[in-house]
Ligand binder design. Structure first.
Ligand code: 5GP
Length: 120
């Protein structure tokens, strides 16, 4: 399957708890867990539990507005829980040229060190 085919991803198994993850925050619609290959002292992924076509942000439709807002708010909750509320970054990689590797929408919440800008 091509990267953008909409096939199931490893995140489905994380949501189903078929493979373990270090969960930071969870509610009915959102799951936040530590990235397996952290790029900062805090590196948490925030994902919708129901992908509903959101393989990537570039596929978002108007009906996704509510979950998109919930994901962003969950990123704030994660930053608060992780003690990085005064300095953190939220990233969405969209598509191959942005280095997206998992085609289930996810926000990266990064912090705990000085960030650089531009990110490169
Ligand atoms: P992307 O490159 O698509 O924006 O980010 C995908 C992220 O998922 C990467 O940072 C990668 O380290 C993380 N990742 C991939 N597989 C797993 C996994 O099985 N468990 C966890 N916790 N993170 C994963």
């Amino acid at each position: 399957a091509s990267a953008e085919s909409g096939a199931p991803t490893i995140f489905d198994k994380i949501i189903a708890k078929e493979i373990p993850s270090s969960i930071v925050y969870e509610d009915e619609k959102v799951l936040a867990f530590r990235d397996i290959n952290p790029q900062a002292p805090v590196h948490v992924l925030v994902i919708p539990k129901f992908r509903d076509g959101l393989t990537q942000l570039g596929r978002a439709e108007e009906r996704h507005g509510e979950i998109l807002g919930q994901l962003l708010y969950a990123a704030k909750i994660v930053a608060e829980k992780e003690g990085i509320l005064d300095g953190f970054r939220v990233v969405i990689n969209n598509g191959p040229s942005a280095c997206q590797s998992v085609y289930h929408l996810h926000l990266h919440v990064l912090g705990g060190r000085q960030m650089k800008w531009p990110p490169g």
